[in-house]
Design a protein around this ligand. Structure first.
Ligand SMILES: CC(C)(COP(=O)(O)OP(=O)(O)OC[C@H]1O[C@@H](n2cnc3c(N)ncnc32)[C@H](O)[C@@H]1OP(=O)(O)O)[C@@H](O)C(=O)NCCC(=O)NCCS
Length: 167
């Protein structure tokens, strides 16, 4: 499996990554992503391996696990979705709360962006919800535009479609 190490730059006063910690991004089997997904407490009824496999079946996809000192901390699953031409769709992402604010999401997203660019995709696309405040902060801070709001019964469940041009 190819491994790329993210060179981490830590702005003073924010990151909790210590000098001894190192983030590594690993292209992984789906079971590893499913295992990390179970540790993300916000996802109350975590999808099982069958559900993950159904999503990616027959589609070009990327499954990443972000590790802190070789311990699995976060995951990201993306695939090519026919609804979003020339784009790579980020379906699921999460980081175990023990490892948050260390840059694990940022490292996985950067890895994915480089990977998708190399494959010729023009955009990254993802959907999140009003309740996912950290993800919304990430999207605003890292070059995404909000392109559609999809109302749901509860305002916190309302979905936001976002995209980033990567060409
Ligand atoms: C969203 C989530 C994946 C972020 O993971 P993380 O590894 O802690 O994020 P990072 O440390 O890489 O932070 C990346 C960016 O996200 C934003 N961010 C992350 N946590 C934040 C917080 N608590 N407050 C404000 N901004 C935050 C910042 O913009 C940060 O960039 P910066 O370092 O340049 O300031 C994590 O909070 C999580 O798993 N949440 C629950 C599940 C979820 O919402 N998944 C996304 C569903 S679409």
């Amino acid at each position: 499996m190819p491994v790329r190490v993210w060179e981490f730059e830590s702005p003073p006063g924010y990151k909790q990554l210590t000098l001894m910690e190192r983030i590594t991004i690993v292209e992984s089997p789906i079971e590893d992503a499913v295992a990390v997904n179970r540790t993300v407490t916000e996802f109350e009824s975590p999808y099982n391996t069958v559900h993950f496999n159904q999503r990616i079946f027959g589609k070009p996809h990327l499954i990443l696990v972000g590790q802190v000192n070789e311990v699995s901390a976060g995951y990201l699953v993306s695939y090519e979705d026919r609804h979003y031409p020339s784009s790579f769709y980020v379906w699921m992402a999460g980081v175990n709360s023990k490892f948050r604010k260390k840059g694990v999401l940022k490292a996985m997203m950067q890895y994915q962006e480089n990977w998708a660019k190399e494959k010729g995709y023009k955009k990254l696309v993802l959907k999140t919800r009003n309740s996912r405040r950290e993800m919304l902060s990430y999207l605003i801070a890292h070059g995404y535009n909000f392109v559609e709001v999809i109302p749901k019964e509860k305002i916190e469940d309302t979905e936001i479609l976002a995209e980033k041009i990567i060409e």
